[in-house]
Design a protein around this ligand. Structure first.
Ligand code: DAH
Length: 347
């Protein structure tokens, strides 16, 4: 009997120290101590060797031992379940997710796409031309006389490789050069817009840059009139800026058009009250336009008695400035993300 009691004390120490973190380990514990061939059974079997007068006392002790083992088993089971559950699901679903960072489009790119899609609805096709251009396509073919100020070294970036007797190469000063390339290769009816980057030898400031973007338009067919030009550009402005914007055409001069006109829209920044964008006039110029000069048509063998056309060229930076109220041209090319991430429009 003494021996049995001593053994039980030893078992208790052994069992108290047991740890089991997995369901398998807990099950192994159950089999070893509480199973049909387990320790508990063996110990209970010892009862038969206990003298009768001690049976009551021994019964009590064995019962306590059984409760002790069962409690240990239950605790092990609960703990193991807890750890298995948290191992299977270690995510904290209340944490904020990883942000999906969506890039933004450059404002000039957004506006360029908007301009293109508006003209595409009118049946204009998109064409592009080279940024490094020869004198003929940029100036000569467009009826820009030798002494035209646009040819001045102050305005044009010439590329210094012209050999004697060859024409000079330059960075195109306007997308009108693409008109020349189109008329060279296509026959009327022609209805194209030509977006692209252009270069001028200007000191960079809030209002001027050495490169900027234009969209050129050219429409040549029989019976194309100035009324068509006005209506097309009026449609464009309404699509771009909304129905409330006012437009006006001012007579102007471009060597490649006759008659020529510049188009102004009512200033969207001050709504006509006067501000420094509209130079306190309430109007902002957004494009140059006109009826294609007969000489330009003839330069490409297009019969100017049969065909007429209109052309226009608009500045993408200026339109973006009015649309998004950008007050400094330099912002477009500084790559400052604080500026760029404000433009989330999708086209
Ligand atoms: N090329 C002119 C410029 O850069 C803009 C322009 C004016 C384009 C009249 C045209 C036009 O096609 O007809 O200032």
């Amino acid at each position: 009997m003494e021996e049995l009691l001593q053994q039980i004390e030893n078992y208790k120490l052994e069992i108290a120290a047991i740890e089991a973190t997995t369901a398998d380990a807990v099950e192994a514990f159950r089999i070893k101590y509480l199973g049909t061939k387990g320790l508990m059974k063996t110990v209970m079997g010892e009862m038969k060797n206990v003298p009768n007068e001690k049976k009551k006392e021994a019964g009590q002790i064995l019962n306590d031992f059984k409760i002790f083992v069962e409690e240990k088993y239950n605790t092990l089971k609960e703990n193991a379940q807890g750890t298995e559950e948290s191992a299977a699901d270690s995510s904290d679903w209340s944490l904020p997710g990883n942000p999906a960072i969506v890039g933004t489009r450059h404002p000039l790119n957004l506006v360029r796409s908007q301009i293109i899609s508006i003209f595409q609805t009118l049946g204009f096709a998109v064409e592009e031309g080279p940024e490094i251009e020869d004198d003929w396509h940029n100036f000569g073919a467009m009826n820009l006389p030798e002494d035209h100020p646009a040819r001045d070294m102050q305005d044009t970036f010439y590329i210094n490789n012209a050999k004697a007797g060859e024409q000079s190469w330059l960075l195109r000063t306007h997308t009108s050069s693409v008109q020349a390339r189109i008329m060279e290769t296509q026959k009327p009816p022609i209805r194209v817009i030509c977006p692209g980057r252009v270069y001028r030898n200007e000191t960079i400031s809030a209002r001027a840059h050495c490169f900027f973007h234009q969209v050129e338009g050219l429409y040549i067919d029989e019976n194309v009139s100035f009324a068509d030009l006005k209506q097309t550009l009026y449609f464009f402005v309404q699509q771009m800026f909304g129905k409330d914007v006012k437009v006006r055409f001012r007579p102007s001069y471009f060597p490649f058009t006759e008659p020529s006109a510049e188009m102004d829209i009512s200033c969207l920044i001050c709504e006509g009250d006067g501000c420094n964008v509209c130079k306190h006039t309430g109007w902002v110029e957004i494009l140059g336009s006109g009826m294609v000069h007969p000489k330009v048509l003839e330069n490409f063998g297009i019969d100017s008695n049969k065909y007429t056309g209109f052309a226009f060229g608009m500045g993408v930076e200026r339109i973006t400035q009015l649309k998004y109220r950008v007050n400094d041209l330099r912002l477009y090319s500084q790559n400052d993300v604080r500026f760029l991430k404000q433009f989330t429009g999708v086209v």
